[in-house]
Write a protein that binds this ligand. Sequence first.
Ligand code: SAH
Length: 224
Amino acid sequence: MQIDIITVLPELLESPFSHSILRRAKEKNLLSIHLHNLRDYTPYKHGQVDDYQFGGGAGMVMMPEPLANAIEQLSSAVRYDEIIYMSPDGERLNQQMANQLSLKNNLLIICGHYKGIDERIRQHFVTREISIGDYVLSGGELPAAVLVDAIGRLIPGVLNDETSALTDSFQDNLLAPPVYTRPADFRGWKTPEALLSGDPKIVAEWRYEQSLERTRERRPDLMP
Ligand code: SAH
């Protein structure tokens, strides 16, 4: 999969993709991520990419021309399955969306700033708008990093057995069961017997029960 990201702060996105599972995905050539500095695409002086909003009011708006230039230039080389704008008023990201997006070949992600991007770019270029939650951040870079992480770890072949996504929360509409590691007895706080039983059937049953209980308790809205 190839993911291109248009941003005014490429430095902010270098680190999140250089470690752990996303780094491994890149090393295995299952994922390539390219950061594009919006200022390289502006026809305006001094790398200007934003301006006052029509109608007045506080806050700058990202101008349409640099964004259109960037989107058109990148799209001439790559056929994007989705052109995504990170936005608090978009569809709320969930595991099912991440699963679907992980099967795509090419994604273009636009990070906004200030008051957001000119509406005409959203109308004429953007195919999907995604929010990472009901709160407002100052830029689209952290949301883009969240989206790419959620998608990247699901790309077939990225995770190995020890890190399998299948047993994570939300994959089967249930929260994940509690997990324990050595020592079995820590300060007198014991690991549940079922997990130490060595019997896969007993372990599986305990985990399923715990998943159900946790979901019922914390997220009854997920229960079938
Ligand atoms: N005025 C806008 C918010 C702009 S925040 C509004 O009220 O809807 C600046 C940028 O940060 C946005 O353009 C978007 O790219 C990003 N952003 C902020 N919060 C976000 C969220 N919850 N999900 C996704 N992107 C977000």
